[in-house]
Ligand binder design. Structure first.
Ligand SMILES: [Zn+2]
Length: 608
């Protein structure tokens, strides 16, 4: 834990900190109507009825009878196939019911295309530690989607790594069917094909291995990906998502434990779910339930912000403290025994080779040196006033003192200058050779062109950066603001430095992106982001995109040292340059402002 970071824990009830609380059954009070949803009044009165309960809501809403239907399907038709609860009715644990099933199946919105209410969530990512009843829950959802979701010719698919694995994934569902008198009568198990068939609705459920040919024109109503680790890449997932296009209310569901490969399809998927949890408006169709034991103080504080007053939240980042286990293990207190976790923890503590396994599988941590850095809920809270144009910001800050940070990536790519002002305002400039725009547009949905048109990025003619334009702009900034100094990356900027100094006489300070030079500015950046009024970015869309992309890296065994990194994957479409630029500028701010003379600051006359 870094001593520079002050942490404040939210108030907790006495009951929450009493030892042994994790073994007791939690009471979950959830007001489903309060969940975030897009504001929409489209559609008439819902009118959905189940057991004489009729929904009278309209627009995007939580539809209780629809959620009831799924909860009842589990309780009335399904029998636990294995484990501590084997052969008992599948009554969902409170967290399964209220935090996953009810929102996932109960949130609906009006579809113009289909002329009726449909489920809002077409995509779901559930991330939790192993042994929290993942397989049974998945099997139950698959069976519901197969025969009870009102879909004719429903195609339900489960994914597996290979053919051998496919049998294992399929097994719990077939056991459930066998144990349930009603389902056993209705569904046919075609053994050789690993397929369950519902003749009444001409629907089927089958497992497909990632190594099979998946261009077979599937039209999934539901696709279930158990463990993203089982997939070598995103091809099966993409094929399924594309295939679901014609369905009214498809569901693409991934349930997984963390992965160790930070640059992988699985990691991307988990990171995206994390972002949606921070900001649900980012993807209103995406349901995210992510329960990970935080790796550092920033992640811990993020949880305290996002889930205020939840008693099962970790109290620290100590992996051996039992109070920190419940968050990643929601089944603790229902069907997961704390004893098993204690035994694993004991072994992992005495045998370092087992520690990573414990962290990954039991605490659901990504055991890697790289992770996402800036939590978007924090970033979005520091917009300040939304700037209509970059010039609006310039006008507002004119004449003020500031520190500059210059990140020159290469002459073929993006270059960024950040100016940080004493009140925490940040003003960026971005320059980009015009020839790079089409590639970046492809990966950003055309946003780069929009940002160029709106003046957030300056596009220069040709294939390489137009340095003259950079010099002119820096010179203009030098006139508009009182730049104390500009910190720049010594590995890429020497000729540029010379030219800027020649034209402006500005002081240029060398830096680089090593742990040594970046740890201080990164801690300062985070400190300012957490403080209420020491950072504001005015909603700069380019910087926001970059903040969302940037990752942090720490040396093994030293999480307190940091440097920013660009994600390994999908390099062609991702940029982070605006963030190192701010970090360079903060390096300047940390060196401090030259003390103004008392004559200047207090208006003293020289000869009084
Ligand atoms: Zn309703």
């Amino acid at each position: 834990m870094s001593p520079a970071v002050t942490t404040r824990r939210p108030a907790r009830s006495k009951a929450a900190t009493r030892p042994g609380r994790t073994t007791r059954r939690r009471v979950l009070r959830v007001d489903h109507n309060k969940r975030w949803r897009p504001r929409s009044r489209r559609g008439g009165t819902c009118g959905y009825t189940l057991d004489r309960k009729t929904c009278a809501k309209r627009g995007a809403h939580y539809c209780e009878p629809r959620a009831d239907k799924v909860v009842k399907f589990f309780a009335e038709l399904l029998i636990h196939p294995a484990g501590a609860l084997a052969n008992t009715k599948f009554v969902l644990a409170p967290w399964q019911e209220h935090e996953i099933i009810r929102p996932l199946f109960g949130e609906v919105h009006w579809s113009e295309q289909w002329g009726r209410y449909v489920r809002r969530y077409t995509r779901a990512t559930v991330v939790m530690a192993r042994k929290n009843g993942k397989s049974a829950l998945l099997s139950g959802i698959a069976l519901y989607m197969l025969c009870s979701d009102g879909e004719e010719s429903a195609e339900v698919y489960g994914a597996a790594a290979n053919t051998r694995q496919a049998g294992k994934v399929f097994e719990p569902a077939t056991k459930m069917v066998k144990k349930s008198p009603i389902l056993a009568k209705r569904l046919k198990h075609i053994r050789n094909a690993r397929r369950l068939v519902d003749e009444k609705t001409s629907s089927h459920y089958e497992i497909i291995p990632a190594d099979a040919d998946n261009e077979l024109g599937h039209s999934p109503h539901c696709f279930i990906l158990d463990e993203v680790l089982s997939q070598p890449d995103d091809s099966l997932w993409k094929a399924m998502v594309t295939g679901a296009g014609a369905r009214t209310q498809p569901l693409m569901l991934a349930i997984t434990t963390e992965t160790t490969a930070h640059a992988s399809f699985g990691a991307d998927m988990i990171d995206e779910a994390d972002r949606v949890m921070e900001d649900p408006a980012r993807a209103p169709h995406h349901f995210a339930y992510v329960r990970k034991m935080p790796k550092d103080v920033e992640e811990l504080e993020r949880l305290w912000r996002l889930f205020p007053a939840r008693p099962e939240l970790p109290v620290s980042i100590d992996p051996w403290d039992e109070r920190n286990w419940a968050w990643a293990n929601p089944a603790l207190g229902s069907f997961l025994s704390i004893q098993a976790l204690r035994e694993d923890a004991l072994e992992a503590r005495t045998d370092r080779s087992k520690e990573n396994g414990f962290r990954q599988f039991r605490l659901n941590q990504r055991v890697s040196q790289v992770s996402r850095w800036i939590s978007m809920d924090l970033w979005n809270a520091r917009v300040g006033e939304v700037a209509p144009t970059p010039d609006w910001i310039r006008g507002r800050l004119k004449g003020e003192r500031c520190w500059g940070g210059l990140d020159l990536s290469s002459k073929l790519d993006l270059t960024s200058l950040a100016l940080v002002f004493p009140d925490g305002s940040v003003l960026w400039r971005f320059w980009l050779p015009e020839s790079v725009i089409p590639t970046l547009d492809e990966h950003t949905n055309g946003r780069i062109s929009e940002w160029v048109a709106d003046g957030w990025i300056t596009a220069t003619d040709g294939d390489t950066i137009d340095y003259d334009r950079i010099y002119d702009d820096v010179t203009a900034d030098h006139k508009d603001f009182r730049i104390v100094d500009i910190t720049y990356d010594k590995w890429s900027g020497e000729p540029v430095r010379q030219e800027i100094v020649k034209r402006t006489r500005l002081k240029m300070v060398e830096s680089d992106t090593t742990f040594l030079r970046m740890t201080g500015p990164m801690q300062e950046f985070m400190r300012r982001l957490k403080a209420a009024d020491e950072f504001q970015h005015f909603g700069n869309p380019v910087a926001t995109w970059m903040a969302d992309n940037v990752e942090k890296k720490s040396p093994r065994d030293d999480p307190d040292r940091l440097r920013p990194v660009k994600p390994d994957r999908d390099k062609t479409g991702i940029r982070i340059d605006g963030i190192p630029a701010v970090l360079f500028a903060l390096d300047g701010a940390l060196r401090g402002m030259p003390k103004p003379s008392v004559y200047e600051s207090q208006g003293m006359a020289l000869n009084s």
